[in-house]
Design a protein around this ligand. Structure first.
Ligand SMILES: *Cc1c(COP(=O)(O)O)cnc(C)c1O
Ligand code: SF4
Length: 343
């Protein structure tokens, strides 16, 4: 579909930064590209557009033309319902402002410190629990990154550093490598984890340099992808994920249970099976956080628990992600599995 106006390498060979720069940034253009009624686009002064549409082309290419209910489209298309306020839905449901004890660090759980590595993302997900988060306050300069590392260095109980964001893979490979070296220099840290959706929406982000850096780290490395639907995994993901896996990097996935996107047994089992063929283990299935403007994505705990029970019936245990909800102040993500049988 895409009109290539310059002589340029094939999409697979393109630099990820160029792919990112070519992203869709307004609903109308995206809907026209998808041959979906462009009048579904919100007027430009709608409050939902404080968090504007942002979709890289490789992700848009996975959407079905002509289908306004495509599960990938629903994840990223701003809709009118986001303007609704709902009891119990707030801008900071996890009270992260309180655990954001030092610029750029969220240290909520024992042994694990989360580093807010980059302030931006390659895609704006409408359900995002950080859509109201004040990233401007957490854009780390080199000096601040050093301070965050000092925090980890001064707390011997921290054995795992988690790079999060925004999206940590928004950093260039060189900056990321420097940061990883800093983490490797802290003797009590043994594990490095990266949570990212960037390679899902731009497979080119899994550069050879990144793969080698992770595979050759002295730390035990894992990459947690954020994939919500089987259609998000493409042929272009196969080789780089295989290289990571054969090089010793653990591949995990976390999803969010989203109404109208993946709140159906067949969709969730297809996702688990597809993750398996790509060497990725399902880790968490999150019940959505109660973030203002995202109420329409919540299928409710009962639906989630029922789906969980049916997944247990239909899949090997290792392909069933843990159903959890994050609760402010809790020492871990709270399991929400239901074990009641026979209903
Ligand atoms: C989710 C999360 C972690 C990691 O939790 P795991 O259960 O180990 O995956 C760590 N810190 C914060 C702030 C988190 O939100
Ligand atoms: S990539 Fe993750 S942090 Fe970024 S908008 Fe999507 S869900 Fe939110």
């Amino acid at each position: 579909m895409r009109i290539i106006t310059r002589t340029e390498p094939t999409v697979e060979m393109q630099d990820w930064r160029q792919v990112l720069a070519d992203s869709f940034r307004d609903s109308k253009t995206l809907l026209e590209y998808l041959k979906v009624d462009p009048s579904l686009a919100l007027p430009s002064d709608h409050s939902a557009l404080n968090f504007p549409l942002l979709v890289p082309r490789p992700f848009a290419e996975q959407m079905e033309a002509g289908n306004p209910n495509d599960p990938l489209l629903r994840q990223i298309l701003p809709v009118d319902n986001e303007g609704l306020t709902q009891n119990g839905y707030v801008t900071d449901p996890l009270a992260e402002k309180h655990s954001n004890i030092r610029q750029g660090i969220i240290h909520k759980y024992h042994g694990r410190a989360l580093l807010l590595t980059a302030s931006a993302c390659a895609v704006n997900c409408r359900y995002c629990f950080r859509r109201h988060f004040d990233y401007a306050d957490n854009r780390l300069s080199r000096e601040e990154r050093q301070k965050a590392l000092d925090y980890v260095r001064n707390d011997p109980s921290i054995s795992e550093v988690i790079l999060s964001g925004g999206d940590p893979l928004m950093l260039q490979d060189s900056a990321l490598s420097e940061l990883i070296s800093g983490i490797e220099s802290i003797p009590h840290v043994t594990k490095l984890r990266i949570h990212s959706r960037l390679p899902v929406v731009i497979p080119q982000r899994l550069t050879t340099a990144l793969i080698e850096r992770l595979n050759n780290s002295r730390l035990g490395t894992s990459l947690v992808l954020h994939i919500n639907h089987a259609a998000e995994l493409t042929e272009a993901h196969k080789a780089p994920l295989a290289s990571l896996r054969s090089g010793g990097t653990w591949l995990l996935n976390q999803s969010v249970l989203l109404k109208g996107v993946n709140d159906k047994l067949s969709i969730l089992t297809d996702l688990s099976e597809r993750l398996f063929t790509f060497g990725v283990t399902p880790y968490y299935l999150h019940l959505p956080d109660k973030v203002e403007g995202t109420h329409h994505f919540d299928s409710g705990d009962i639906v989630g628990q029922d789906l969980y029970r049916q997944m247990r019936e239909n899949l090997p245990g290792y392909l069933v992600p843990q159903l959890v909800r994050e609760e402010p102040g809790a020492p871990f993500k709270i399991p929400k599995m239901s074990f009641e049988l026979g209903h």
